[in-house]
Design a protein around this ligand. Structure first.
Ligand code: R5P
Length: 298
């Protein structure tokens, strides 16, 4: 029996298991049930004294119940005298509202950050947390947060599966520069980013300088695909400018509402994401990136 135990929450048992194999630790799922009144019941293994415990749970799908499940589980783990408690939150929900855009709005990124800090885990590891106006996640989650990237795993997938000899990497909006530049560096390709204006929760306008895309294949990379609106508009723009094959990759495939259907209709050459969130396109395992960070910590 190892002195390190990886526990899986209901959204991330697959990932918790893969992480446990990668770091040669034991694995157990956390017991999660619903009471008849809708409240959540959690039971963690009681024998945690002296162990390093890694709890893995993504906050998608069902972000509200996933948050409660995660807080209850982490607090129960703390109570049972684990030596070190590490929360791995592959998809951190509520990170996108990091400002009071209209007076009176809740700034959820800070609220969720404070709730995590109140449990006092030793480390929080998250994957490509949506960083826009706040560029340092320590501002919301405290000093013990580590933000690892899943883009390198996407790059490995691209290298292993796609012909990139005539390709250019594209970020669908300005924020995506942080991911497009990493992938372009990994693949030895050029990149450019488009400009996006959000009209509503589901509608966006994408435009911008298209660079040298005529007759070349485009590899679009973004952190999140939610409704798919951003990708649909970016693909239309690139095709209109004469791009060849279009490949789309993302870290967090939330694929809400009709997103998967909409994207299938675009007849993309590739549509792939990591398994931070399980979806029909979650073909790239993110466990190696998380395991590398855990090896640094434990
Ligand atoms: C936000 O800017 C993110 O980086 C994504 O581009 C965004 O969340 C995608 O949302 P949707 O798929 O709904 O357009």
């Amino acid at each position: 029996m190892s002195s390190t135990l990886v526990l899986g929450g209901s959204n991330s048992r697959h990932l918790a298991f893969d992480v446990s194999r990668a770091i040669k630790a034991d694995y157990q799922p956390v017991e999660v049930k619903s009471f008849p009144d809708g409240e959540t019941y959690i039971r963690v293994p009681a024998e945690l004294e002296g162990k390093d415990v890694i709890y893995v749970n993504s906050l998608q799908p069902n972000p509200n119940s996933a948050l409660i499940e995660t807080f209850l589980a982490l607090d129960a783990i703390k109570k049972h005298n684990a030596r070190k408690v590490i929360a791995v939150i592959p998809y951190m929900a509520y990170a996108r509202q990091d400002e009071e855009f209209n007076p009176g709005e809740a700034v959820s990124a800070f609220t969720v950050g404070r709730l995590f800090q109140s449990i006092s885990v030793d480390y929080i590891i998250t994957v490509d947390m949506h960083l826009h106006r706040i560029t340092d996640p320590k501002r919301t989650f405290g000093a013990f947060v580590r933000n690892v990237t899943g883009v390198r795993e996407l790059s490995k997938y691209v290298k292993g599966h796609l012909d990139i000899s005539n390709a250019v990497v594209v970020g669908p909006d300005e924020e995506a520069e942080q991911w497009a530049s990493v992938m372009a560096g990994d693949l030895g390709l050029a990149y450019f980013v488009l400009k996006k204006r959000r009209i509503s929760g589901t509608e966006v306008e994408v435009r911008g300088e298209l660079g040298d895309v005529r007759g070349r294949d485009a590899i679009i990379v973004d952190d999140i695909i939610s409704t798919g609106g951003t990708i649909v508009e970016a693909v239309k723009l690139l095709r209109g400018a004469g791009a060849g094959k279009v490949h789309v990759l993302c870290v967090h495939p939330l694929l809400v509402q009709e997103a998967y259907h909409k994207l299938r209709e675009m007849e993309l050459e590739t549509l792939a994401g990591t398994d931070t969130v399980l979806s029909p396109i979650s073909v790239v395992k993110v466990a190696p990136a998380i395991a590398d960070e855990l090896k640094n910590i434990i």
